[in-house]
Design a protein around this ligand. Structure first.
Ligand code: SF4
Length: 690
């Protein structure tokens, strides 16, 4: 049995962007994994997910033919029939109700070129109702970073953080679980070189246990109550002000708004705030000293910060902390969101969002929009469209038709039972995916797509590194690449050449023209190493860290804004006496569409579970291993209980990965009013033994 040559590509899971190789067996077509020994990010090292990534490529559940719903049942169809139905319905709905009756969901599991084409398709049809799953994870982070520093992205790179950071302040992120190679290679190296770790999280996890630092001054876990990040950071900020640890020169020359922060904290009661956080005041003050007095201190932020109704304020307070201590604009510092999927950054960069075009150019900025229109040759609507949850709230009402590429909103959106009800009110939905998902079950047309291992394109990893993916070619004959499908749908709708691309490289060439920070990149220049954007001109080598001389704001200054505490929209009461919080596992991936089908991954965690503190377990009569029903105002799930001090007393913790008991049946769909991200991280809940 002979094999084709292995091809170098990027792991399809988290945002670290580890390089791996894939190889197709010529006879069986089976695709297997091989390490890529000198891959730029990971030098051949991988985590359990990366090692198991090819298990889904040849999975027996793969969609193999287009499916069309007829009389309530799916039947196999030809591509011609499927395209006719999709194009016909998009034309009918936009003709009958207007283009804004359509919604488009892109995906961070899909490559830059494909998300670029999807958002272009939406805009060519005449709507800005296009969004992607970033809305659900880091929209608030992007909003705060873009507004206060200039770019909605990691300020630094893994390499400079690893080499130069003296303090790693990790708040609401769990790299030990979610970004294992970043944690075990880059962060571990920083720790071996003497860095201190401050972790802020209601849940003890793999990050807490990963560094093995005996000196408690060098490793603190501040186990706060969910939703109290603002009071905790305000204690840190006030401690810094009171101890004169402010970098006055930096504040004077490079920031604005410092007085606003001072005023906000003037009457702030640190003792009362520490009680609200559930942490001794002196522990928070000790952490503040470690951060503020380090030569270089870096903040890492995750969904524990962003997925709140006050998500923008949470991240703004991290930015405040970095700005007043001068921890921005040089290696080993910054505010660094750890992104969950391998192309979260790129999906936003290429404009799959309702308010921005490629390169974060605002749709309501006439000059920016016109410059994109000039390249595209058609007019783009000048009003921002609806965001992810806003679109799903309008299913069957304002939104009559949906185009869903690689997403599973029935499991990924909060208050999931309601979403499942509303989705049935759509007049038409097309889903483009590799498996029959919980959402695809409700589709009218399903288009079978190829996997990440079969096709080429680019992805942009968590530290702005744009890397090429390469594929082994189709392993199932009648599937198509997302790229091909979008070109075909677009070309059938519009015969003006807007979707006339030979291959992803040709689409990337167009993307460069409308996305200034990508202009200096070509497939050849990306090579095997990739480039960290921005690359404004051919020959730019990219920027591993941003803002050396000035911020990318209108006046070049970093924006400090004092913020005050907004408690979660739901707090415990008599009926729902606990706070439910949610997070992901290393062994699973988002709604589990891929990881639940991977034998290696699913064996580790075949079902959902809940962590409950021993004192709460006693109060609610729960024994370790009991099946319990967790309920919130929106629904209930039944899962196995783990009694553990990993979770803060008064809170319970579970995951969103399992269709049979998804946390999102319980979560609250209240949104941050600016970033429109839902509050996944805090909901009032009850628990009882089943
Ligand atoms: Fe893949 Fe992330 Fe694991 Fe690297 S750390 S192998 S990118 S899941």
């Amino acid at each position: 049995m002979s094999s084709e040559e292995p091809v170098k590509t990027i792991c399809p899971y988290c945002g670290v962007g580890c390089g791996i190789q894939v190889q197709a067996d010529e006879e069986s077509g089976d695709v297997s994994f091989m390490p890529w020994g000198d891959a730029p990010v990971n030098s051949g090292r991988i985590c359990i997910k990366g090692g198991a990534a090819t298990e889904v490529v040849n999975h027996e559940d793969r969609l193999t033919e287009p499916l069309i719903r007829e009389d309530g049942e799916f039947r196999e169809a030809t591509w011609e029939e499927a395209y006719e139905r999709v194009v016909g319905e998009l034309e009918r709905i936009s003709g009958e109700y207007g283009a804004d009756a359509l919604g488009f969901f892109g995906s961070s599991k899909v490559m830059n070129e494909e998300n670029y084409l999807l958002q272009k398709l939406a805009r060519r049809i005449g709507t800005n109702n296009v969004d992607n799953c970033t809305r659900m994870c880091h929209a608030s982070t992007v909003w705060a970073l873009r507004t206060s520093l200039g770019a909605g992205a990691m300020t630094n790179s893994m390499e400079d953080l690893s080499e130069e950071a003296d303090v790693l302040w990790i708040q609401g992120a769990n790299p030990g679980e979610q970004h294992p190679i970043a944690n075990s290679v880059y962060f571990r190296q920083a720790v071996l070189d003497g860095a201190t770790v401050i972790q802020v999280d209601p849940h003890a996890n793999k990050t807490t246990r990963s560094f093995d630092i005996e000196d408690t001054d060098r490793h603190q876990h501040l186990q706060l109550n969910p939703g109290t990040d603002i009071p905790l950071l305000n204690i840190v900020l006030k401690t810094i002000l009171e101890n004169d640890w402010v970098d006055e020169e930096f504040v004077e020359e490079r920031t604005e708004g410092f007085e606003d922060l001072v005023e906000t904290l003037e009457d702030f009661d640190t003792e009362a705030a520490a009680e609200e956080c559930g942490i001794p005041l002196e522990d928070i003050e000790r952490a503040a000293e470690a951060y503020a007095t380090a030569d270089n201190a870096a903040i890492f932020t995750g969904m524990g910060m962003s997925q709140h109704a006050c998500g923008v304020d949470n991240v703004q307070n991290e930015i405040n902390l970095a700005l007043i201590t001068g921890n921005l604009g040089r290696p080993g510092t910054g505010v660094n969101p750890l992104r969950g999927q391998n192309n979260v950054q790129g999906t936003c960069d290429v404009g799959a969002m309702p308010n921005v075009l490629p390169g974060y150019q605002l749709v309501d900025d006439d000059e920016a929009r016109e410059s994109v229109e000039e390249v595209w040759g058609f007019e783009v609507p000048d009003e921002p469209g609806l965001t992810n949850v806003e679109i799903s709230n309008e299913f069957g009402q304002g939104i009559k038709g949906m185009y869903v590429m690689g997403e599973n909103p029935i499991m990924s959106e909060p208050d999931a039972n309601e979403v499942a009800e509303r989705i049935q009110d759509l007049e038409f939905m097309v889903v483009q995916d590799i498996f029959m998902t919980e959402t695809a079950e409700y589709a009218d047309v399903i288009l079978p797509a190829t996997t990440w291992a079969e096709r080429g394109g680019t992805v942009t990893n968590t530290d702005r590194r744009v890397q090429r993916m390469r594929g082994v070619g189709k392993v199932i004959e009648n599937t198509k690449h997302d790229f091909e499908i979008l070109c075909e749908v677009g070309s059938r709708l519009f015969d003006d050449g807007s979707f006339d691309f030979e291959d992803p490289e040709e689409a990337f060439e167009e993307l460069r023209q409308v996305c200034p920070s990508y202009y200096g990149m070509t497939y050849d220049l990306l090579g095997e190493e990739g480039l960290h954007w921005p690359c404004y001109d051919i020959g730019d080598e990219g920027d591993p860290f941003l803002y050396e001389d000035e911020f990318d704001t209108e006046n070049g200054l970093g924006r400090i804004v004092g913020v005050t505490h907004t408690p979660p929209a739901e707090v415990p009461d008599e009926e729902y006496p606990l706070t439910l919080t949610t997070a992901r596992l290393e062994e699973h991936y988002n709604t589990g569409t891929m990881s639940r089908r991977s034998p290696t991954l699913n064996r580790q965690y075949p079902e959902n579970f809940v962590d409950i503190h021993p004192n709460d377990a006693e109060e609610f009569g729960v024994e370790d291993g009991d099946y319990v029903t967790i309920s919130s105002r929106r629904g209930e799930i039944t899962v196995k209980a783990q009694v553990t001090t990993d979770i803060k007393e008064g809170s319970i913790w579970t995951t969103p990965h399992f269709a049979s008991a998804s946390a999102n049946v319980l979560t609250n769909d209240v949104l941050d009013e600016r970033a429109k991200i839902p509050e996944y991280k805090a909901a009032a809940a009850d628990i009882e033994v089943s």
